[in-house]
Design a protein around this ligand. Structure first.
Ligand code: SAM
Length: 273
């Protein structure tokens, strides 16, 4: 983590939790945990007045707070000092065909840990899930962001269908589509080429459903200038594995895996669930 981002080392702060809050963050302000967070602090972590909590909101950096007005069920968080300034994070999108509930949850949690900025559920011809609860997925993304020490929570977009996604895909953003039929280029070669212009272009992946892309969908994709089909090796990966593998390759080859975690004393935050 570049030193200029860290204002205060965490090593000497014993904090009860790291929480995402929606309020503005500035010294002396009071912020309130949501009911789920209050339950976690007061019932699970048995926090009391004077305990420290770390908060972030996705735009004002990260701050240390003190617990005040603690009751059995709730508390107030008074902001004391800034620990980190807000830093730019990768602008990497993941569009994916919704999967069976637990597998979609898995994709949301892991994609958050892997630094995506936006997740877009996409209904393709072979998608066999018809409903997506974006509110529940946002809660999963929030807890994963709290746990993995990010300074932002990825946006969970409302679901769209395949044609709508492509029709509204933003200019200048490259769409990488893992194509299980072998029609893609080597992901490594594509990403190494992208490294050169990573600063100027933005990127996203589109992962197909358990049943794969329909031939007509692959045909449509091959006609689009902003689409590059890529391969993920000789084995057929489950959709959730493909998402993880593609994002990991991206971060390793052209993303932010050059940066280091902040903690050197093994001090990590437990996920709330
Ligand atoms: N229906 C396909 C089959 O059984 O052959 C499998 C689809 S796979 C479970 C789901 C998605 O993961 C694919 O649409 C593709 O986006 C991605 N994927 C899986 N394995 C891949 C590979 N070896 N190369 C490229 N993409 C892959």
């Amino acid at each position: 983590m570049p030193p200029q981002l860290i204002i205060r080392a965490m090593s000497d702060i014993k904090t009860k939790a790291r929480l995402f809050v929606s309020q503005n963050l500035k010294q002396g302000a009071i912020v309130s945990p949501n009911p789920d967070q209050a339950h976690y602090l007061m019932k699970v972590m048995r926090a009391t007045n004077g305990d420290s909590v770390v908060v972030f909101n996705g735009c004002d950096g990260e701050w240390r707070c003190n617990i005040e007005e603690a009751t059995k069920k709730n508390c107030a968080l008074r902001i004391l000092e800034q620990l980190r300034v807000q830093a730019p994070e990768p602008d990497l999108w993941l569009a994916f065909a919704p999967l069976k509930k637990s597998n979609t949850d898995f994709v949301i949690e892991k994609a958050t840990e892997l630094g995506v900025s936006r997740l877009i559920p996409v209904f393709t011809e072979h998608t066999n899930t018809s409903r997506v609860k974006t509110e529940r997925l946002s809660a999963i993304a929030m807890e994963a962001a709290e746990q993995c020490d990010r300074l932002s929570v990825p946006e969970i977009a409302e679901p769209v269908d395949f044609n709508e996604l492509l029709a509204n895909w933003p200019d200048g953003r490259i769409l990488l589509v893992p194509d299980e039929t072998g029609g893609g280029q080597s992901l490594k070669a594509v990403l190494e080429k992208l490294s050169g212009d990573a600063a100027t272009s933005t990127h996203g992946f589109l992962i197909g459903p358990e049943g794969g892309f329909a031939p007509s969908e692959l045909d449509d994709l091959s006609k689009l200038s902003f689409v590059t089909r890529v391969g993920l090796g000789p084995r057929i990966l489950r959709a959730e594995t493909a998402a993880l593998a593609a994002l990991s390759c991206f971060q390793a080859i052209t993303g932010d895996w050059e940066l280091k975690p902040r903690f050197n004393n093994g001090y990590f935050f437990n996920a709330r669930r």
